[in-house]
Design a protein around this ligand. Structure first.
Ligand code: PGA
Length: 264
């Protein structure tokens, strides 16, 4: 699809997974904040996604220091409250001023049995609580080798967005994360990543609306590092990155967030 001339502000998200306790979380965000400046926040949005135990501490830090860093979560349940031992509801996250919630990460789909139907319920619940879902999709190496990557991803997008209004889709984030590129050091080529992100946008134009497709932000994720970010972000349909390992160290993540500085 045509370049939108920069109308979609890139969203650079640090998905810490099960790393950094709440004290480490504070240190990492403090360091990150000293490495970013107003110019950075003018051109990109930044979010950090600590484990649940770090959310309250980071909320306090972000609000006390008025940091333009958005708080993100890595998951939630779809119900508001109830007998769901070990779960956290969207409303509980919203109360902590969480802005973005990762939904349907491949690690949860693979290891914790999260289905497309559950992902769809979570997307709707996150939206209903006034937050923005970052809905993850992506194919395995086997599916790519068999030529099934497009079908797999398109199926996940269709199922995940089922029953979500066009306007809501336009405000969402979809993260394309090929499973074989996550945590492996193997990144999709910028061309392959662009091809899939474009296909996602074309599909959304079809299932939702042209306006929703134009507004939707599509992140790439999978071994994003300081030295490969600029090329990926240069692609017309890639509007940010969901960064795992590369976001744990504030120096690295600051370089990733400031990819435009290295491409100028
Ligand atoms: P990675 O993880 O950057 O460590 O590959 C990305 C993700 O799973 O979100």
């Amino acid at each position: 699809m045509a370049d939108n001339g920069g109308a979609r502000k890139p969203l650079m998200s640090g998905n810490w997974k099960m790393n950094h306790n709440h004290l480490q979380a504070i240190q990492v965000v403090q360091k990150l904040a000293t490495r970013l400046n107003d110019k950075t926040y003018d051109v990109v949005d930044v979010s950090v996604h600590p484990p649940f135990t770090g959310l309250r501490s980071l909320q306090t830090l972000i609000e006390a220091d008025k940091l333009p860093i958005a708080l993100g979560a890595q998951n939630c349940h779809w119900e508001e409250s109830g007998a769901y031992t070990g779960e956290v509801s969207p409303q509980m996250l919203a109360k902590l001023n969480v802005v973005y919630v990762v939904v349907g990460h491949s690690e949860r789909r693979q290891h914790l049995g999260e289905t497309d139907e559950m992902v769809n319920k979570k997307v709707k619940a996150v939206l209903a609580a006034g937050m923005t879902p970052i809905m993850c999709v992506g194919e395995s190496m086997e599916e790519r080798q068999e030529g099934d990557a497009q079908d797999k991803v398109q199926g996940q997008v269709r199922a995940g967005l089922e029953g979500v209004s066009d306007e809501q889709v336009g405000g969402m984030v979809i993260a394309y994360e090929p499973i074989w590129a996550i945590g492996t050091g193997e990144t999709a080529t910028a061309d392959d990543a662009q091809e899939m992100c474009e296909a996602i946008r074309v599909l959304v134009a079809d299932t939702s609306s042209d306006d929703a497709a134009e507004a939707l932000r599509i992140q790439y994720g999978g071994s994003v590092k300081p030295d490969n970010t600029a090329e990926l972000m240069d692609q017309p349909d890639i509007d940010g990155a969901l960064v795992g390992g590369g976001s744990l160290d504030p120096d690295d993540f600051a370089k990733i967030v400031q990819f435009q500085a290295s491409s100028d």
